[in-house]
Design a protein around this ligand. Sequence first.
Ligand SMILES: O=P(O)(O)OC[C@H]1O[C@H](O[C@H]2O[C@H](CO)[C@@H](O)[C@H](O)[C@H]2O)[C@H](O)[C@@H](O)[C@@H]1O
Length: 263
Amino acid sequence: MLQNLETNAAAGARPNNCWVESIRASSPTHMKSITPSLLEEKRAWIIRHPSALDMFHEITEASKGKQIVMFLDYDGTLSPIVENPDRAFMSGKMRRAVRQLAKYFPTAIVTGRCRDKVYDFVKLAELYYAGSHGMDIKGPTKGLKYNQKSKVVNFQPASEFLPLIDKVYKVLVEKTKSTPGARVENNKFCISVHFRCVDEKKWNDLAQKVKEVVNEYPQLNWRQGRMILRKRGQGFGILVSKFPKKTSASYSLREPDEARIIF
Ligand SMILES: O=P(O)(O)OC[C@H]1O[C@H](O[C@H]2O[C@H](CO)[C@@H](O)[C@H](O)[C@H]2O)[C@H](O)[C@@H](O)[C@@H]1O
């Protein structure tokens, strides 16, 4: 069971300033003032994680003869990042591209979001959905031959924790309500605390409040948020981000539109 502190607060045992530093490091607002050293850093980063568009030939060559499975993140990959998580809509163009992709390869959406919510955005029954960071997985309900309904994958290994997660969600809402802009999102098997719309001067304060709650529930697993396309085994990880970030992905793309072109 996971707790996702948006954007990028880290593990419960770490002091607040580590959480806040982590948020700051990945905050686009910090990247507005482009200094020469930042530019240099960006250039070096792009060399380490070249654009998947430029490397498309190499990627397809290396995939030849292999069974291909697509694992796609939702936020920032299929939809643009927006301030209100309830309004992170996916474009019709992107939906068509993903539908097309799923005709050729098994395709899964892997997200920190609640599975039902991401399904409401994507609306494609032919995909696998792994919500709550994999704590809630459901296979395709479309494209199965008749009488195969029993074969639909359903995986919810942490159901017994639902009452506890619900309780922690309410505690977090109460605790953070005095921080303007703070938002707590119930993702069913995990909870996100959003810092995006909070004044940076209040981040320490908010991190402290969250930490107080975190410390009361050691049975929950707390970790930092925002994963994009992940690299697994022999796979190709592609990070979709406008800003250089620490990543285990081999390649990068700047925005969802570039991801759509790749599909
Ligand atoms: O692990 P992910 O699948 O990448 O999910 C991480 C979080 O995604 C959503 O938050 C992000 O997108 C929001 C809408 O664009 C944005 O407001 C927020 O700042 C981003 O972090 C989702 O709302 C969270 O619950 C997920 O944990």
